[in-house]
Write a new protein. Structure first.
Length: 687
C-alpha cells in the first residue's frame, strides 16, 4: 500500500504527522552503508523490532531486520516505500540479540546491516521461503536427564558449585586432562534442569565430533544444535531455528554460534578460550570470546572461559579483578599425572634427518611397550624450500612474497607427482625437473614438514604403523574423525602431526610427545609468538600420559635454558604469564594498550601506503590515541596484491573507539576503488 503524498507543510515537519507516524520502521539491510532504511507498514501488517521483512531496495528484493519501530521518519513521506511482506516463518529476533549486534557493529566498525544480516544463516537472508523441512517445530522435550561418566573430584565439584547465578566471568584454568569437559557437562546439566539453554563454543570443527559424542551420551534426551560453517544449508538452518525457538537446550559450535539468538540463555562456555580461531578474520572481525562475555552480561548469566593456557588478555582481566579464576591444578583421571617435560640439546645430540638420538631411542621404547608416540612439527608438506645449490635459486610463489612448499605424492593419489604449493594463496604448480635459472637438475628439498618426517620414521621403524595427521591428510571431517577414533582405540604406533593433533584429543595409549623445530618461533618478531608457542607446546604435551602410564615430552632445541622452556618444564603458566606481561608492559603492547589496525591492499604498494597516509591525515587523532606510520606487511605481496598496515594504540578504549568511528565513517564514504581496506579491532595477526 502506497502512502498518499502529504501536504508540504506537514512533510517539512514530520513530528506533526498525525496518524501514519506509528507505521514507519527502520530496517537493517546488507548494503555497504552504515545507516538504516525507512519503510512504512501497510495497515494490516504489524512488524516489530526483530522481525524479518522483505523490502524493495532499488530494483532488488531484500530481506531486512526491523531495528526501530514507530519512528518519526526523516525522509519526506513521498519517498518512503512500504515493506513488501513480513516474514514470520522464523521467530522474532530478541532484544538482547539486537543489542549484541549493535555492540558488535559499533565495536568492530562494520555497518549494522551487514552485521545483522551476516549473523543469519544463508537461508534466512534469502527472499525465498524457508524449506518446509526446517519449519516443523519439535515438541518441547524435557530433555534434562543427565548421565554422568565420573564422580567429580573435589576440585571439579568446587568449580561446578561456584558457577551459578547472574553475570560473572570465570577463567577456568585447568591443566590438560584436569576434566574441564566433565565440569562443562555438569554445568550444562544444571542449566537444562532449569529449562534453560547452554551455549558451548569450541575452536575447531575437528574437535567437535568427540565432544559432540560426549554431550549426546551425557544428555541423550536433550536437543543439541550443532553450529559450524561446515554444515549443509538445511542442517544449519534447522540448528539455528532450534536455538532461536528455545528448543535446543544445548548449542555446541564454533565462533559463529555466539551469534545465534538464544531466548533462554543461562550459561556460556568458551572452551580453549586462548585459541586464535575465535577471532573472525574477515568481514565483521569479531572475537567470539569477547562477544561471549558481552553476551553473558546482556543475558545476566555466567560465562566460563576454559583453558590450560589462558590468553594474556584473559589472564590480565583476572589480575584486574574483572574475571574470577577457578583452578583445576591436577589431572582428573585416577593415577594420571602431568607429563615430564625435557629438553634435548641439539648442540650435544645433533639431529639427523630431523631427529636427535635420544628422541629415536624413546620412540623405540614405546614401540616395544606397545605405547603410542606423537611427533609434533608445525609445518605440513614435504619440505618448505626447494632450492638449487648451484646458483641459489629457490622456488617462490609468483603472487606472494613467499616460498613454495614442496608436497610429495600422497598415498591417496590426489597428488600423484607431487607439487609445489603456496600456503598463503593456494597457488599450485608442478615440480620443475631442473633449475629455471641455471639448468641444474639436482634440486634440493631443504628443511622438513610432516610428510618428510613420516617418511623418515617409516624407514627407521619398518614394522611400525606411522600415521600422519595434518590438513592434507585429513581433508574431510568424517575422514579425520575416523582416523582420530582409530588412534583412540590404539591404531597407529607413531603419529606425526601439526597443530591439528595438539588440541583437545584424548589418546589413552599415548605416552611420548616429541617436538621438532620449536626454535623458529622463539626468534619471531611477532610479540604474540611466545604466547602461542607456550600454548601449543603445553597443549601437545598435554596429549601424553593421560591415564596411569606416565607421559614424557621431549623438546629438541638449541636453547635448552630458554625461560619459556623452563616454564614449560615446571608446568608454570603463571610464571610464564607474569614474565610475558612484564615484557608487554615495558614495550607498550596489549593488554596494556588497546590496538586497532587499518590494512590496505592494492596492486601497487605505493597506492596502499598513500591510502593509509591519507586516512591517517583525514582525522585528527586525540592526544590519547597514537597513530603509527604505515608499514608494509612482512608478507608484503599476497595473491598478487601489495599489503600495508597502520597500527593505532590507546590506553583508553573509549578514545580509540571514538577515533575509529570517525576514521571509518570517512573511509566508508571516501575510499578509492583501487584499494581494498579493512579495520581490525583488537587484531591478533599481523602477517
Ligand atoms: P580436559 O578437558 O581438562 O583436558 P577431560 O575432560 O578431557 O580434560 O578429562 C581428561 C580425562 O579425565 C578424560 O579421560 C576423562 O574421562 C577423565 N576424567 C574427567 N573427570 C574425571 C573424574 N572426576 N574422575 C575420573 N576421571 C575423570
Ligand atoms: Zn640454479
Ligand atoms: Zn602465493
Amino acid at each position: 500500500m502506497r502512502m498518499k503524498r502529504l501536504p508540504t507543510a506537514l512533510s517539512t515537519n514530520p513530528k506533526s504527522l498525525p496518524d501514519r507516524g506509528n507505521s514507519c520502521i527502520r530496517v537493517a539491510l546488507d548494503v555497504p552503508l552504515s545507516k538504516l532504511f525507512e519503510y512504512s507498514l501497510p495497515e494490516e501488517i504489524d512488524a516489530r523490532i526483530g522481525d524479518r521483512v522483505a523490502v524493495r531496495f532499488g530494483a532488488q528484493q531484500k530481506i531486512g531486520v526491523v531495528i526501530e519501530e514507530r519512528v518519526v521518519p526523516e525522509l519526506p513521506a513521498a519517498r518512503i516505500k512500504s515493506i513488501s511482506a513480513l516474514r514470520d516463518d522464523a521467530p522474532r529476533l530478541p532484544a538482547d540479540w539486537i543489542a549484541l549486534m549493535r555492540f558488535l557493529s559499533g565495536y568492530y566498525q562494520r555497518p549494522l546491516g551487514e552485521t545483522v544480516i551476516g549473523a543469519l544463516p544463508p537461508r534466512l537472508r534469502s527472499t525465498k521461503p524457508l524449506p518446509r523441512k526446517v519449519l516443523k517445530e519439535e515438541p518441547h522435550a524435557p530433555g534434562a536427564r543427565f548421565f554422568a561418566r565420573h564422580r567429580l573430584t573435589e576440585a571439579q565439584t568446587g568449580v561446578v558449585e561456584r558457577v551459578t547465578g547472574g553475570f560473572n566471568a570465570f577463567l577456568l584454568h585447568g591443566v590438560t586432562g584436569s576434566g574441564k569437559t566433565e565440569v562443562y557437562l555438569h554445568l550444562v546439566a544444571k542449566t537444562l534442569e532449569r529449562g534453560m539453554q547452554a551455549l558451548i563454543l569450541v575452536p575447531e570443527i575437528s574437535l567437535t565430533p568427540q565432544l559432540e559424542a560426549r554431550f549426546r551420551e551425557a544428555f541423550p534426551e536433550a536437543r543439541l544444535a550443532l553450529m559450524h560453517s561446515g554444515l549443509e544449508d538445511i542442517e544449519r538452518t534447522s540448528a539455528w531455528l532450534a536455538a532461536a525457538r528455545g528448543e535446543a537446550g544445548i548449542v555446541l559450535g564454533t565462533r559463529l554460534a555466539v551469534l545465534a539468538p538464544l531466548p533462554k540463555l543461562a550459561l556460556i562456555v568458551v572452551d580453549e578460550e586462548h585459541d586464535a580461531s575465535f577471532k573472525q578474520q574477515e568481514g565483521l572481525r569479531y572475537s567470539a570470546r569477547d562477544a561471549a562475555v558481552y553476551r553473558a552480561k546482556l543475558a545476566g548469566c555466567p560465562v566460563v572461559l576454559g583453558t590450560a593456557t589462558p590468553s594474556l588478555e584473559t589472564w590480565h582481566n583476572w589480575i584486574l579483578g574483572r574475571y574470577e579464576r577457578l583452578e583445576l591444578p591436577e589431572r582428573a583421571s585416577p593415577g594420571a599425572r602431568l607429563p615430564v617435560v625435557r629438553m634435548v640439546d641439539l648442540r650435544e645430540d645433533p639431529a639427523e634427518q630431523g631427529f636427535c638420538k635420544k628422541t629415536l631411542q624413546e620412540i623405540e621404547k614405546r614401540l616395544t611397550r606397545g605405547e603410542q608416540s606423537l611427533i609434533f612439527i608445525n609445518r605440513r608438506g614435504y619440505a618448505p624450500v626447494l632450492a638449487c645449490e648451484a646458483c641459489g635459486w629457490t622456488a617462490g610463489c609468483g603472487r606472494c612474497t613467499a616460498r613454495m612448499v614442496l608436497h610429495a605424492a600422497d598415498a591417496a593419489r590426489t597428488n600423484p607427482n607431487g607439487s609445489l604449493r603456496c600456503h598463503h594463496c593456494g597457488a599450485e604448480g608442478a615440480i620443475p625437473r631442473a633449475c629455471p635459472t641455471c639448468g641444474n637438475v639436482d634440486l634440493k628439498a631443504m628443511g622438513r614438514g610432516t610428510q618428510r618426517v613420516e617418511e623418515t620414521l617409516a624407514a627407521r621403524f619398518p614394522g611400525a604403523r606411522v600415521v600422519r595427521i595434518d590438513r592434507d591428510s585429513a581433508r574431510r571431517r568424517a575422514e579425520l574423525s575416523r582416523t582420530l577414533e582409530g588412534i583412540r582405540r590404539g591404531e597407529g604406533d607413531i603419529l606425526v602431526g601439526t597443530q591439528l593433533l595438539a588440541k583437545g584429543h584424548d589418546f589413552p595409549a599415548l605416552t611420548l610427545v616429541g617436538v621438532l623445530n620449536a626454535d623458529t618461533a622463539l626468534v619471531s618478531t611477532d610479540y604474540r609468538a611466545p604466547e602461542r608457542l607456550f600454548a601449543v607446546l603445553a597443549q601437545v604435551s598435554g596429549r601424553a600420559g593421560r591415564r596411569e602410564r606416565p607421559g614424557e615430552v621431549l623438546i629438541q632445541t638449541r636453547y635448552p635454558r630458554h625461560p619459556l622452556f623452563a616454564a614449560l618444564e615446571r608446568h608454570d603458566f603463571a610464571g610464564f604469564a607474569q614474565a610475558q606481561l612484564a615484557e608487554r608492559k615495558a614495550a607498550g603492547f596489549p593488554p596494556f594498550v588497546f590496538e586497532a589496525s587499518l590494512r590496505a591492499e592494492a596492486p601497487k604498494l605505493e597506492t596502499a601506503m598513500a591510502f593509509l597516509k591519507n586516512a591517517a591525515a583525514s582525522v585528527r587523532a586525540p592526544d590519547e590515541v597514537r597513530v603509527f606510520d604505515p608499514v608494509p606487511h612482512l608478507l608484503t605481496r599476497r595473491a598478487g596484491l601489495e599489503r600495508a598496515q597502520l597500527v593505532m594504540q590507546s590506553t583508553s578504549r573509549p578514545a580509540l573507539q571514538e577515533f575509529l568511528t570517525l576514521l571509518s565513517e570517512n573511509l566508508f564514504t571516501a575510499a578509492p576503488r583501487a584499494v581494498r581496506w579493512h579495520l581490525d579491532v583488537d587484531p591478533i595477526e599481523f602477517d
